[in-house]
Write a protein of this length. Structure first.
Length: 97
């Protein structure tokens, strides 16, 4: 299953209710399951991003639906990246000219 890395920042609403962030994370994991995705890990971070999420989704549509579903709640803004393992990258590199 494809892996995605989501970089998140709290919105004003999200930071105002930051004490609920771990509860929201649990709800997010349940939502991911409903959409056919698996949250591998959520890290709260210092620096440019407030959180980093590693998840697996069956396809781009599921990953996008998950990001849009959590985004519309108004607590975070996300930037989601498709991640490739070395094994997944190998056939892509074969096509590089």
């Amino acid at each position: 299953m494809p892996t995605y890395i989501s970089l998140s920042n709290f919105t004003h609403q999200g930071i105002a209710s930051v004490k609920d962030t771990t509860k929201r994370a649990e709800a997010f994991k349940k939502l991911a399951i409903q959409l056919g995705c698996t949250v591998k890990e959520i890290y709260w971070t210092q620096g440019q991003y407030d959180a980093v999420t590693i998840l697996e989704a069956p396809d781009e549509a599921a990953a996008t639906a998950l990001a849009m579903s959590v985004g519309r709640l108004g607590n975070i803004r996300t930037n989601t990246l498709r991640a490739f393992t070395a094994a997944e990258l190998a056939p892509i590199l074969e096509k590089v000219v």
